[in-house]
Design a protein. Structure first.
Lengths: 341, 509, 318
């Protein structure tokens, strides 16, 4: 039991399970899953689908945090990728029907992902070569990124009328949402990279002890560039899914506050913000917790406004649990109590 | 001197950190109007003792009496209020503030209330200027401290400590960045303060300075008190022996390992290797299969030499050749590619990645050399780790145990294993036996000799002269960040001590 | 390190250059009221940026200020609707803001938590509390508030200031004095320059670190009051993203994000530069509002790169 409790995924799993139990208790049909229109249908499927973009962004963020960095520009990158894709797919409401796109779909998606990749690379260059603090370096893109996206769209919300584009955000494959397949695929690839390749070893070494990694000859600069670039790319993928889901791209609001949810998901998943220890599986659970929390608040009939307060309470709780000083304080209080009795 | 002169009396001070007994029952007595040297090698416990005295860390056991009354303090502020001031080695000044402000920070003169009661900057500057002129330091007090030479910063830091009414002044390596003239200015001040009745605890690794300015000294070794001496009664050689100790290590030079001759090509040679404030130009040449020992006291430049060779610190000048070819050596990754290996002095800071397993720590450098593209298969990693764990006798539950859970000696071996995995042509060992128990020490030394016998060039740095003499084919002696001389491996400890103690030992002996 | 006033000089020069550009390019730009409007329209930003300057000088960051401003407008509106005395309302929200900041500071100092995350959670909390009070915009009709909102202080040449702008100017002056002439202010600089060294010097590091967050919470509440004058409403979506503008103003004002170097006066000019960008875009008429974001981003980049140059040799750790 004690060993189980020490497992990295123990607390995130318990939290998620608890949330699900609460939901099931108040709304017995919450856990029901049925087969409808050729795919699975139900609250759980919905949560998985909605959580997918957050999972993807958070996975990228996990690696950045693992090397003691931070990327607060992911929301802006989501907006840029969504805008680029929507603009290139375009597909006005033409007379022949809605089935036209201005550019081939692969070209639009590729261009959007390339834009996201460049954003990530830009962050990486500022952190590695201009040696800026990660928060500052990514703050620049966070501020300017949405402006660039709005510049591209001329401030308009770009609506997409080309159905094949909607598959990403609302399509199903083998009965499950396409977005979920993408998130799961990305997770598996990253899990493989983290445990079965040199990259994973280097990331953990840099996060654990940057000085020692340097002495051991690890080229931290190259790794950091890779990780920031990947984080940008992940945000781009999320941007595609989000805009595909709402069939439009709004440069002003797409991915708003997503960076904060991503950081929260990473933290909830048990990754230390000080680097060293990271858990991709935990991050996936963290993203699910956040989405389930939102669903719970809706299903309990609690006003959705409470959501933010609950999130805040969660962050404070997780932070304090991660703090060595806090644990020491708790231990001291416990000892005092034990001494009294 | 009578007991009435005693200002501060510390008895039986002990303090343990995880895995280290930093201080074990140390006594220290400071008398009014004396300059007292605190001497000891790396890890002797000097820093911890100073931290205890200045309230930065609480002792586990022991008592401190100030003017005969037992006292306890928990913060530097409390210590300062009781008249105990310190100039610490690492923290000089705040680089973003002016010299005047650095000197007066925390005790600014105030404007009268009718002018607003804010900080009186003209008065602040005047006070700082007065103090510095008493010190004989000519510096514009309005300049930012960060823009000043290290020496001037150090003097200003001493000035800051003196500015309060200090009964006890602790100077931790105050002269390590000063030139001869500046040292004299500092000594003038130290003597003046002594004559005013201040007790001064002076920590340094420059032996000649001890004899120049100190009255008495306390020597520590491995966290224990060696003794208290009057300066006139213990010469430099005796002092070095007291600091270094004479522990006998039961390792034998293997008969098969004959010193190599000049014909063997140099695995690595460096000409005029230097870095400002760390090392004067030094030439080093190490041949394959040779153990080159580096001996010198703390601060003599021995660690700095190793860091420059491995490109951990950028060098200001010097050409490095590997196998007779000039090479690009700008960062540790270059050194790794060239077949260099480096076991750093500070295992926790620069060596292990505590969260990673023994296996991962062992393959880290090899994988770094192979790069991102090629991954050492899990099976190959296990085999390598198993082989090295067995070869070096690393005691661990499994190769998947986080290396942070191992004992100090086994962590050290794991780092050596990491480098052996890369089959280096030159292995630099900086204090590989520090904090390691006797048995592990012997095994480590045995490994060093085995490596050399297999043709690896080894640069062996240690504070323990016996060890250096025992394993080395040649010995490079450093003193005051410069080469003091080079000795053959069979020169014996006395010859090394004489070089380390410099001209003084020759005169006293 | 070059002369510490150089970044400030660059900031002021940039502002003058932008003003000159506007004066040459657009008729009617060069009037006192246009410049006073910079202060009037950005009064709350100016107030909160002064508090942010201290946080950043100490080496920290406070992301909660925008949400605290919104919370202040909501509490003010709610209490006024409940019939409280307007002056008591102001005192209450200032106390709430300061307490909110101090609590964050305590968490950061006592438990060694990252300021970024603590204040991020604080931002969630404050915004969430806004929603708990009301999701709708709450109008303020209190006579004292409307009187203050409409008051104009003539400064000659047919120009005038609002009370909010005056509060902003006074906050800047108070901030300058706090930074320059008090032990607290100097310790903020010391902590930003090197926490370890400051501690060894016996300076009250812990109290000061809590203090800067308390101050930041206080100025955020003050900015919230100024915003209530400006908007005459409480709304949970007031001041969204204002923390980023405040950070940008501080950085463009020449304060090092690493801490320890900078001036409150520079922050005033940082705010004015943000304001003049918007004014220039408004005067131009053909440029869209999103150019503001892009220009601010470019300025941030330039100033951060400049800072790297000024820092000279990089600090080894970090």
């Amino acid at each position: 039991m004690k060993r189980l409790a020490q497992h990295a995924l123990f607390w995130p799993s318990v939290t998620l399970a608890l949330l699900l139990v609460v939901n099931a208790a108040f709304n017995p049909s919450f856990l029901a899953i049925s087969w409808r229109d050729g795919h699975l249908y139900g609250n759980l499927v919905d949560i998985l689908n909605r959580a997918a973009p957050l999972m993807i962004v958070s996975l990228g963020m996990t690696l950045v945090i693992a090397i003691r960095g931070l990327d607060i520009s992911v929301g802006a990158v989501v907006a840029i990728a969504a805008t680029v894709a929507a603009l290139l797919v375009g597909g006005g409401f033409s007379a022949e029907g809605a089935n036209t796109s201005e550019h081939p779909l692969w070209f639009a998606l590729g261009a959007a992902l390339l834009a996201a990749l460049v954003c990530g690379l830009w962050n990486g260059v500022l952190v590695v070569h201009a040696r800026m603090q990660p928060i500052v370096a990514t703050l620049i893109l966070m501020v300017a990124g949405r402006g660039i996206a709005q510049l591209l769209t001329g401030g308009q919300i770009i609506t997409v009328y080309y159905p094949p584009y909607f598959v990403l955000g609302s399509g199903f494959l083998f009965g499950l949402p396409v977005a979920l397949w993408i998130a799961a695929g990305l997770w598996l690839v990253l899990q493989w990279l983290a445990t079965r390749t040199a990259l994973g070893l280097f990331i953990r070494a840099i996060g654990g002890n940057p000085d020692a990694a340097r002495v051991a000859g690890v080229r931290a600069a190259d790794i950091a560039l890779c990780v920031y670039t990947f984080c940008g790319l992940a945000a781009g993928i999320a941007g595609l899914i989000i805009s595909s889901n709402v069939k439009s791209a709004d440069a002003n609001s797409a991915g708003q506050l997503l960076e904060l949810d991503a950081i929260l998901a990473v933290t909830l998943g048990g990754t230390a913000l000080t680097g060293g220890r990271f858990s991709l599986g935990g991050t996936v659970l963290g993203a699910l917790i956040i989405q389930t929390l939102t669903a719970t608040i809706y299903s309990l009939g609690v006003p959705p406004e409470v959501n933010l307060v609950v999130k805040a309470a969660l962050v404070f709780a997780v932070m304090l649990l991660q703090s060595a000083e806090f644990r020491a304080l708790v231990a001291r209080v416990a000892r005092l109590r034990a001494g009294e009795t | 001197m009578t007991d009435r002169d005693i200002v501060l009396e510390a008895r039986g001070i002990s303090r343990a950190f995880p895995g280290v007994q930093a201080l074990a029952g140390v006594d220290l007595t400071l008398r009014a109007g004396e300059v007292h040297a605190l001497m000891g090698q790396n890890g002797a416990g000097k820093s911890t003792l100073i931290k205890v005295l200045t309230g930065l860390c609480a002792p586990d056991a022991g008592s401190i009496k100030l003017l005969g009354a037992e006292v306890a303090w928990h913060t530097p502020q409390q210590a300062q209020r009781l008249g105990i001031s310190a100039v610490h080695q690492e923290s000089h000044l705040l680089p973003n503030l002016s010299v005047a402000e650095n000197i007066c920070a925390g005790r600014y003169p105030r404007q009268p209330w009718f002018k607003g009661g804010g900080i009186d900057w003209p008065e602040t500057r005047r006070r700082a200027r007065d103090l510095l002129s008493r010190l004989g330091i000519d510096v514009d007090v309005t300049r930012l401290a960060g823009g000043l030479p290290a020496a001037v910063q150090q003097l200003a830091a001493v000035a800051r400590a003196v500015a309060g009414d200090a009964r006890v002044l602790i100077l931790d390596e105050p002269t390590s960045s000063l030139d001869a003239g500046e040292v004299q200015a500092l000594f003038r001040l130290i003597r003046a303060l002594r004559d005013q009745g201040v007790a001064i605890l002076f920590v340094t690794h420059f032996l000649d300075q001890v004899y120049e300015v100190c009255d008495r000294m306390t020597v520590l070794r491995n966290g224990r008190l060696v003794g208290e001496y009057t300066c006139g009664k213990l010469d430099a050689r005796g002092l070095v022996a007291a600091m270094v100790g004479r522990e006998i290590v039961e390792a034998h030079k293997s008969a098969a390992h004959a010193p190599r001759t000049q014909e063997t090509p140099a695995a690595l040679s460096a000409r005029g290797l230097a870095r400002r404030g760390a090392l004067e130009p030094v030439d080093v040449e190490i041949r394959a299969g040779e153990v080159l020992g580096v001996a010198g006291l703390l601060g003599s430049g021995r660690t700095e030499l190793a860091r420059l060779l491995f490109a951990l610190d950028p060098r200001d000048q010097g050409d490095i050749q590997v196998d007779g070819q000039p090479v690009r050596l700008e960062e540790p990754a270059d050194a790794l590619r060239l077949g260099l290996a480096f076991c750093p002095e500070d295992r926790k800071q620069d060596g292990i990645v505590a969260e990673l397993s023994v296996r991962e720590n062992i393959v880290l450098a090899l994988q770094a050399r192979m790069g991102l593209g090629k991954f050492l298969a899990r099976a190959a990693q296990r085999e390598l780790a198993d082989r090295l764990v067995a070869a070096l006798g690393i005691k661990t539950a499994s190769i998947e145990t986080p290396v942070g859970q191992l004992s100090g000696g086994n962590q050290q071996k794991a780092i050596i294993a990491r480098w052996l995995a890369t089959r280096p042509r030159l292995l630099i060992l900086d204090e590989p036996t520090r904090g390691v128990d006797i048995a592990a020490k012997q095994e480590l030394m045995g490994e060093v000799l085995k490596l050399a016998a297999d043709g690896t060039a080894v640069l062996f740095i240690s504070a323990e002269i016996e060890e250096v003499v025992r394993v080395s084919d040649r010995i490079l002696v450093l003193r005051d960040r410069a080469k003091a001389g080079e000795l053959p491996g069979d020169a014996g400890e006395d010859a090394v001590y004489s070089l380390i103690a410099g001209g003084m030992a020759a005169g006293d002996a | 390190m070059k002369h510490p006033l150089l970044p400030l000089a660059i900031t002021v020069a940039l502002f003058v250059a932008m003003a000159a550009f506007g004066a040459v390019r657009y008729p009617g730009f060069l009037s006192l009221q246009v410049f006073l409007n910079l202060l009037i329209d950005n009064a709350f930003l100016c107030v909160v940026a002064v508090g942010m300057t201290f946080v950043i000088l100490s080496g920290g960051i406070d992301l909660s200020v925008g949400a605290v401003i919104a919370l202040t407008t909501m509490i003010s509106a709610a209490l006024l609707q409940a019939g409280w005395n307007p002056w008591a309302v102001m005192a209450t929200v200032l106390a709430v803001g300061a307490a909110f900041g101090a609590l964050q500071g305590l968490l950061i100092q006592r438990f060694g938590l990252a300021p970024f995350i603590v204040t991020l959670a604080g931002m969630f909390l404050a915004r969430g509390c806004c929603y708990l009070i009301s999701t709708e915009s709450m109008p303020i009709t209190d006579t004292t508030y409307t009187a203050i909102a409409q008051a104009r202080i003539p400064v000659g040449f047919d120009s005038s200031l609002t009370v909010g702008a005056l509060v902003a100017l006074l906050t800047v002056l108070a901030g300058m004095r706090l930074a320059h002439a008090t032990g607290f202010g100097r310790t903020v600089y010391a902590v930003g320059g090197g926490e370890g060294a400051a501690r060894l010097m016996g300076l009250p590091v812990a109290a000061t670190r809590v203090g800067v967050y308390l101050l930041s919470g206080f100025t955020a509440a003050l900015a919230g009051i100024v915003m209530t004058f400006y908007m005459l409403s409480g709304y949970s979506l007031h001041a969204v993203g204002l923390e980023l503008d405040a950070i940008a103003a501080v950085v463009i004002g020449g304060t090092l994000l690493a801490g320890g170097v900078g001036y409150v006066a520079g922050t005033l000019f940082g705010v004015l530069i943000l304001g003049i960008i918007q004014t220039l875009i408004a005067f131009d008429g053909t440029l869209s509002s999103w150019w503001t974001r892009i220009v601010v981003g470019v300025l941030l980049l330039l100033f951060c790169l400049l800072q790297r140059l000024f820092e000279g040799r990089a600090r080894r750790t970090e």
